[in-house]
Write a protein that binds this ligand. Structure first.
Ligand SMILES: Nc1ncnc2c1ncn2[C@@H]1O[C@H](COP(=O)(O)OP(=O)(O)OP(=O)(O)O)[C@@H](O)[C@H]1O
Length: 331
């Protein structure tokens, strides 16, 4: 459905950044997240896919047809592709209903009305249908923009930070709705997100961009458990990166002699009876777990540990720790 081959893009007025040899594919009914540090090129890639920018070289194929930038196609957006940008691009003075209506044909007005109502219900904004967009909150405007994109029954939705303005309850609601929609209609979604939890919980695959290059593509478990580099690992929350040599010495475990090891905070256990001696420096309440910062002699780094039993240990306690699992990771 979407195929990107050897895509290059450099902004004429910016020699520091270039999108470099990007290759990827998105299949029907796939949810793919595009993640990476700020300035990595995520929005640039979405704009190229939507035909808002000209690529320097390479090609984008959508449903087997080439997508061109503004030098060929003045109006961006191939048929069947919708882009919900961060500014939502709504008509502020038009009612919610009238912001959505133009994307549907007027050939069957009854169908059109029912379709808009269905989408408004789906996104929990039916009650807002007669309000002007300008009088809505950021989160409500975001849902109107998504509703408009969904109304025409697209094959591919490009979403730039789709949950950024939603509270946790609405976000979870919309995530479940998007999943159901993908299952029901076979629409594909490519979304940019800064929230690693959203990328891990919603995506079938994750594409990681670093300085304009795709550095890893994989399913959420793969990217989380076997990140290609410390850059990728750090995108998915607090982690411990240790020198393999120090770890091997302190924990008496067989690991490669050099290089780095990744240990997730939930892969470290704490006990008051057995393990490697450690001192707790700090505890931080996090709701379902406590983040414990501990020091182990000879390790060269403090450890971050997610501990499920709130309040059992406190700063200053001498405990024992054990590492359940770790992975080699490149710098
Ligand atoms: N129109 C432009 N002209 C010149 N440089 C640009 C332009 N738009 C973006 N850039 C630069 O290109 C690089 C990639 O920007 P882009 O917006 O694609 O990154 P991003 O990964 O989406 O970042 P963020 O997560 O902060 O939104 C950045 O260095 C940015 O400053």
């Amino acid at each position: 459905m979407l195929v990107i081959r050897n895509l290059h893009k450099q902004y004429p007025n910016n020699q520091q950044f270039s999108l470099n040899n990007v290759n990827c594919e998105i299949g029907k009914g796939e949810i793919v997240s595009l993640v990476g540090a700020s300035g990595g090129g995520k929005s640039t890639l979405l704009k190229l896919i939507y035909g808002m920018l000209d690529a320097d070289s390479g090609e984008i194929l959508f449903n087997d047809k080439r997508v061109y930038g503004p030098s060929v196609n003045l109006l961006p957006g191939a048929k069947g592709m919708h882009f919900v940008q961060q500014d939502y691009n709504l008509n502020p003075y038009a009612k919610v209903y009238d912001n959505i209506a133009p994307v549907l044909p007027n050939t069957d007005l009854e169908f059109k009305k029912n379709r808009i109502h269905e989408i408004l219900e789906l996104l929990n904004i039916f009650d807002l249908k007669d309000k002007q967009a300008i009088n809505l909150s950021g989160g409500q405007q975001q849902r109107v923009a998504i509703a408009r994109a969904l109304a025409s029954g697209p094959d591919l939705l490009l979403l730039d930070e789709p949950f950024s303005n939603l509270d946790v309850i609405l976000k979870n609601h919309l995530k479940r709705d998007l999943e159901a929609l993908v299952e029901k209609t076979g629409v594909s979604i490519l979304m940019v997100t800064h929230d690693s939890n959203d990328a891990l919980s919603l995506s079938h695959r994750i594409i990681v961009l670093q300085n304009g290059q795709v550095v890893q593509v994989g399913c959420p478990k793969e990217v989380y458990n076997r990140p290609k580099s410390t850059y990728v690992a750090r995108l998915f929350g607090a982690i411990n990166i240790l020198e393999a040599s120090a770890f091997s010495k302190v924990f008496n475990r067989e690991v490669p002699k050099s290089g780095k090891l990744l240990i997730h905070p939930h892969d470290i256990g704490i006990s008051s009876v057995s393990g490697i001696p450690a001192k707790i420096l700090k505890t931080e309440y996090n709701g379902s777990f406590e983040l414990i910062i501990a020091e182990v002699e000879g390790l060269g780094r403090k450890l971050q540990i997610n501990y499920p039993y709130i309040g059992r240990f406190k700063a200053g306690d001498h405990v024992f720790i054990s590492v359940m699992s770790f992975a080699e990771v490149e710098e």
